[in-house]
Design a protein around this ligand. Sequence first.
Ligand SMILES: *[C@@H]1O[C@H](CO)[C@@H](O)[C@H](O)[C@H]1NC(C)=O
Ligand SMILES: *[C@@H]1O[C@H](CO)[C@@H](O)[C@H](O)[C@H]1NC(C)=O
Ligand SMILES: *[C@@H]1O[C@H](CO)[C@@H](O)[C@H](O)[C@H]1NC(C)=O
Ligand SMILES: *[C@@H]1O[C@H](CO)[C@@H](O)[C@H](O)[C@H]1NC(C)=O
Length: 416
Amino acid sequence: MEIIILSVLYLLHVGFVSCGSGTTGYKLLNFAIPDARLLKKSLRFDEDIYLNFTELAHKYKYSTEEHHVATDDGYILTVFRILPKCRNITGYPIILLHGIFDSSDVFILAGPQNGLGYVLTDNCYDVWAANHRGNVYSRKHVALDPNKDSEYWNYSFDEHGVYDLPAVIDYVMNSTGLPKVNYIGHSQGTTDFFTMASLKPDYNAKIQLSVHLAPVVFWKNFGIPVLKFLAPSVNSLKDALDKAGLSEVLAKHQLAHVFMEYSCRFVPNEICGTGLYITTGYKSGTISSRTLSAAGGHLFSGTSTKSLAHLGQLITSQKFQRFDEGTSGNIQRYGTRLPPEYDLSKVTSPVLLMTAQNDYLSPLEDVKELASKLPNLVENVIIPNPTWSHNNHLWGKDVWKFELPKILEYIKYYNS
Ligand SMILES: *[C@@H]1O[C@H](CO)[C@@H](O)[C@H](O)[C@H]1NC(C)=O
Ligand SMILES: *[C@@H]1O[C@H](CO)[C@@H](O)[C@H](O)[C@H]1NC(C)=O
Ligand SMILES: *[C@@H]1O[C@H](CO)[C@@H](O)[C@H](O)[C@H]1NC(C)=O
Ligand SMILES: *[C@@H]1O[C@H](CO)[C@@H](O)[C@H](O)[C@H]1NC(C)=O
């Protein structure tokens, strides 16, 4: 019954949008969907699918603060702080940063037992979950309008590393009055960190320990043939989308997201599980249906075409390098004809890597190469479970068996 109602609404919606706009299919994807919360409630959706960060945390009895941090180039980022319940806050604050297409929500949607954000808070750490520029919580700027100014979307992970992360680190240090922070990133959140620590090496002195879940730096062995095939065309795809005024991709208000939310609600293991398998190597059953369903409602929080193009360039060039703006653009931006590589020997702060054995996006060989280039490697922990892939680090049923104790142990060691 629910499926029928939703399908009808969905078709009506599609029909309405295509007639109403009367232009391309691209416009269709870009149409803003209202948050049909009443409908979802009446259809008895699990709330965790649609509640936002603050609402989720409050539901599970955690207090939060919402902070707004301005970057040097005018973007306004939202950072959620989860307030420790302990009086004796331990060590330095911990900044969390999500991956591409994600948001701060990934760190709590596994619920109070397994969600890393909650677990750290329960252990008396001061947790700050950041959102990079352009996603659903950080779609703001002091001067640019993300809906009108294509300049707003002129960024990739390079800008997350050069502007977003330093702004958040300085803000947290200033707010807490402490001289250092810890950092935990997932997926592109790790790329962002290595970008910052190599291009702004002064920031290494502000990092007590950084932890990298599913580190992504080199793209030499990743296991998605389709992506390999598409990578060389990503630059032209970006140009085409930019020309059509569609430099924002897979945003929360766009149709693709609504599809995820609805389909994952009804057939989590079939549709959402398969999507996750194709893109990350996910093995069915290793994430609970409830978490997978909640994740489906939060995945796709928006990014820029340039972010995708930059990944495509890493795949084609087989190098960890800055964005290729074309010969004249490169000369203007970097003073060289080719984009410079990020110098990992400058990442002098302590780095802990957490690597899964079946992760298509973060294969063992590529992480090994990264580990060999880091001057201050704490350990490259290979999770001793062959079924683990990219998102098990965040949502796996067995995080308490394979991951959380290790993270807590190292954080404690570096913060006491
Ligand atoms: C979360 O949802 C509540 C209720 O709709 C809303 O008041 C609040 O502004 C939202 N917070 C964010 C950061 O979007
Ligand atoms: C902080 O207090 C909690 C109880 O609120 C206690 O369990 C924990 O061991 C204390 N931590 C430290 C580092 O003193
Ligand atoms: C640092 O924090 C103080 C209050 O604690 C605030 O007045 C000041 O504007 C902050 N500075 C920056 C650069 O954020
Ligand atoms: C995007 O930003 C980069 C770096 O600031 C700059 O070199 C480039 O010219 C910009 N591109 C466009 C299309 O504005």
